[in-house]
Ligand binder design. Structure first.
Ligand SMILES: Cc1cc2nc3c(=O)[nH]c(=O)nc-3n(C[C@H](O)[C@H](O)[C@H](O)COP(=O)(O)OP(=O)(O)OC[C@H]3O[C@@H](n4cnc5c(N)ncnc54)[C@H](O)[C@@H]3O)c2cc1C
Length: 399
C-alpha cells in the first residue's frame, strides 16, 4: 500500500504533504525531543505512514525518485526545508537518510539496491551515513576517536568508534565511511582517497553499541549524534558499496552540501514567520526599525531560495561540474543569510522571543550548532582556490 501511495505523490504534492505534517505534528513535538535529546522516532513513523519516507528511492524500486541525478532535487530540498521549519534536528536525520539513499542509488549494485530499497519502501527502514572521526583532541576530551579496518576472509572487521553519528538510536542501517589507511573516516582522514571504503552496516549487530554520555551539545540535540562503538564488527564483502575511493574521487559529498543549506533556510523561514506573527500580535508594525528587520528577513529568505533553485537547476540539467561549485557557494551564502535572519528576528521581537516555550530559542541554538557541520572559513577559501586554479578539496574543504 505504502509503495503505491509514495509512487503516486509527485513534486509539489510531496512538499505540501511534508509542510502539512511539519506544521501539524512535527512542530508540536520538537520541544520534547530537544529537551530529551531523543531521536524523533514518531516523526519518522508519520513520514512512512504518509508515503514520504522513500522520497529518494528511485521510482523503479517503489520510491518517489528524487535526487540530484534523477532530474528532481529541488523537491527533495524543499521537503527538507519544510521539516527544518518545524525541527532542525529532524531535518538533519532526514537529510542523513535521504543522502544515504542517493549514495545507494548512485553507487550500490543492482542486488544491493533491490535488497536495501525494499526495506525502506516496505518497512520504513532508516539510513544514515557516518564519517566523523575527528583526530585532534578537544581540551578535556578523554576518548580518542577513530576506526581501523582488518581484511578477513569474506569481509572486513571494523574496530573503534565514531562520533557525530546522527540517528544513532533511530536508524537501522549506517553507511560507514572508513579508511584502510587508519583512523579518520573520510572527513578526517589523511590517507589517499583510494583508501576510503563505504560499507553498509546493519546496526542491530550486537558488536555495535551507542555511548549516550558524549552527546550533550547546545543544539541539534534530537539528532542523537552519539558516539558509536564498533567492537570487531564484521562487514561482509557483499555490503561494500562502490569501488575504493569512489565517494571522494567522484565528489559525492558535493551532492549533499546544498542539502545542508536547505535546512539552514528552514531555520530562516521559521524565524521570519515567527517574527511576523510576533510583531503583528504586539502591534509594533509601525516601528521603522521593525519594518527594516522584516524587510531584510524577507529579502534574505528569498535570496536563499533563489540560490537553491539555481543550484538545483544545474544538477537537474546535468551540469555537474558547475553544480558542484555552485553548491558550496550557496552553502556559504545561505549560512550567513540564515544566521542574519535569526538575528533580525531576535532584534525585532526582543528577549522574550528567546524564552521557552518560544521555538525561536531552539532555532537559534540549533542553527548556531548546525552551521559548524563545515567550516565556513575553509569553504570560502576553497571557493577562492578553485577560482585561482589552486588544488582544493571540494568535499570536506580540508585546508
Ligand atoms: C549536528 C551535527 C550532526 C552531524 N552528523 C554527522 C553524521 O551523521 N555523519 C557524519 O559523517 N558527519 C556528521 N557531522 C559532521 C561532523 O561535522 C564533523 O565530524 C564535526 O563537525 C567535527 O567536529 P569539530 O568541528 O569539533 O572538529 P574538527 O573537524 O576537528 O574541526 C574543528 C575546526 O578545525 C578546523 N580544522 C580541521 N582541520 C584543520 C587543520 N588541519 N588546520 C586548520 N584548521 C583545521 C575545522 O575546519 C573546524 O573549524 C555532523 C555535524 C553536526 C554539527
Amino acid at each position: 500500500m505504502e509503495t503505491l501511495k509514495t509512487a503516486r505523490l509527485e513534486g509539489q504534492e510531496l512538499v505540501d504533504r511534508a509542510r502539512e505534517l511539519a506544521r501539524e505534528k512535527f512542530a508540536p513535538r520538537a520541544d520534547a525531543y530537544d529537551r530529551a535529546a531523543a531521536f524523533p522516532a514518531e516523526d519518522f513513523e508519520d513520514l512512512f505512514a504518509s508515503g514520504l519516507h522513500a522520497a529518494a528511492v528511485p521510482k523503479e524500486y517503489g520510491g518517489a525518485g528524487l535526487g540530484p541525478h534523477r532530474g528532481n532535487v529541488y523537491t527533495l530540498w524543499m521537503m527538507t526545508k519544510e521539516l527544518a521549519k518545524a525541527d532542525l534536528s529532524l531535518a538533519r536525520c532526514w537529510e542523513g537518510h535521504a543522502n544515504s539513499l542517493v549514495i545507494l542509488d548512485g553507487m550500490a549494485d543492482g542486488r544491493q539496491k533491490a535488497r536495501w530499497f525494499e526495506g525502506v519502501v516496505s518497512r520504513g527502514e532508516k539510513w544514515v551515513a557516518w564519517s566523523g572521526e575527528p583526530q585532534a583532541r578537544a581540551p578535556g576530551e578523554k576518548v580518542r576517536f577513530g576506526t581501523t579496518l582488518e581484511k578477513v576472509e569474506g569481509g572486513y572487521v571494523v574496530e573503534g568508534n565514531k562520533v557525530f553519528s546522527t540517528s544513532a538510536t533511530g536508524a537501522q542501517w549506517a553507511i560507514l565511511l572508513t579508511s584502510t589507511a587508519g583512523p579518520g573516516g573520510a572527513r578526517h582522514s589523511s590517507g589517499p582517497a583510494e583508501a576510503t571504503l563505504m560499507m553498509a552496516c546493519d546496526l542491530s549487530d550486537p558488536s555495535i553499541t551507542t555511548d549516550g554520555s558524549w552527546w550533550d551539545p547546545i543544539g541539534m540535540r534530537a539528532t542523537a549524534s552519539h558516539l558509536v562503538k564498533f567492537e570487531r564488527t564484521f562487514i561482509p564483502d557483499e555490503n561494500l558499496i562502490g569501488y575504493p575511493g569512489q565517494y571522494l574521487l567522484e565528489g559525492w559529498q558535493t551532492c549533499f552540501i546544498p542539502h545542508y543549506a536547505a535546512t539552514f533556510l528552514g531555520a530562516a523561514e521559521a524565524a521570519y514567520d515567527f517574527a511576523l506573527e510576533y510583531v503583528i500580535t504586539q502591534n509594533k508594525v509601525e516601528d521603522p526599525y521593525v519594518q527594516h528587520h522584516v524587510a531584510q528577513m524577507s529579502i534574505n529568505v528569498e535570496t536563499a531560495h533563489l540560490w537553491l533553485r539555481h543550484v538545483a537547476q544545474l544538477w537537474e540539467g546535468d551540469r555537474r561540474a558547475e553544480a558542484q561549485v555552485a553548491g558550496s557557494r550557496a552553502r556559504h551564502v545561505i549560512e550567513h543569510l540564515a544566521e542574519e535572519t535569526v538575528k533580525h528576528c531576535i532584534r525585532a521581537c526582543g528577549a522574550r522571543s528567546l524564552n521557552r516555550p518560544s521555538p525561536l530559542e531552539r532555532i537559534y541554538r540549533d542553527l548556531s550548532f548546525y552551521v559548524r557541520h563545515d567550516n565556513d572559513d575553509h569553504i570560502l577559501a576553497t571557493i577562492g582556490k578553485s577560482l585561482l586554479g589552486q588544488s582544493h578539496d571540494p568535499s570536506f574543504y580540508k585546508p
